[in-house]
Design a protein around this ligand. Structure first.
Ligand SMILES: CC(C)(COP(=O)(O)OP(=O)(O)OC[C@H]1O[C@@H](n2cnc3c(N)ncnc32)[C@H](O)[C@@H]1OP(=O)(O)O)[C@@H](O)C(=O)NCCC(=O)NCCS
Length: 173
């Protein structure tokens, strides 16, 4: 198991071949993709292919998608990623958590650790999160973990809020 970061309750680790069903459960959940309609992983085959891409990517890139594991149960409860986005010309964080684990503070907890990893381990200057303005859970979790609202604008056809965090603004981590 290759761990990227760890928090009190969660492990963020690289995806493994055995995670196909877990990824499928996440990516095919209608509540998860409500505000991310461009999701394309709708079959087990798609998920298997995607996990292979993630696993190959680990050898070449620092930015990737990782499995979110609840320590207490060892269940994969979500996905989080740091990706370069052409649209924002920078690095973006994105997170998906299974609905049965919502409102337990998990997204806030892991985003803080993943952003810290990006800024201080990978040396990224600024990390952005873009969310549909109707996505109350995402907005709250971004505010909780210390992100600042930068602007509103359109992103992939939806009215979105752009949050970000720069290296110098989180010296208190
Ligand atoms: C957005 C998401 C990652 C938040 O995960 P989470 O683990 O529930 O986040 P947190 O527990 O840290 O919640 C943050 C806050 O939002 C609240 N919240 C969570 N889901 C909510 C919802 N659907 N509606 C309103 N508030 C919500 C929580 O109660 C919590 O409030 P608090 O700070 O007062 O305690 C999760 O809802 C999700 O996976 N959504 C689908 C995928 C998605 O939209 N990802 C974001 C793309 S930008």
């Amino acid at each position: 198991m290759n761990i990227i970061v760890e928090t009190d309750r969660l492990i963020i680790r690289e995806f493994e071949e055995d995670d196909v069903l877990s990824l499928y459960k996440i990516e095919s959940n209608p509540r998860i993709i409500e505000f991310i309609p461009w999701n394309k992983l709708s079959t087990l085959k798609d998920c298997r292919r995607q996990i292979n891409k993630f696993m190959n990517g680990y050898k070449r890139y620092k930015l990737n998608s990782w499995a979110v594991v609840e320590k207490e149960t060892n269940n994969v409860i979500g996905v989080t990623q740091l990706v370069y986005s052409d649209k924002i010309k920078g690095v973006e964080i994105g997170t998906k958590i299974l609905p049965e684990y919502w409102s337990m503070g998990y997204a806030s907890e892991l985003s803080k650790a993943v952003v810290h990893y990006g800024l201080y381990e990978l040396g990224i200057d600024e990390i952005t999160a873009v969310t549909d303005i109707r996505n109350a859970g995402a907005i709250k979790s971004l505010i909780n973990m210390g992100m600042k609202l930068k602007r509103y604008g359109y992103y992939k056809g939806t009215e979105s809020a752009f949050y970000s965090l720069k290296k110098q603004t989180i010296n208190s981590f």
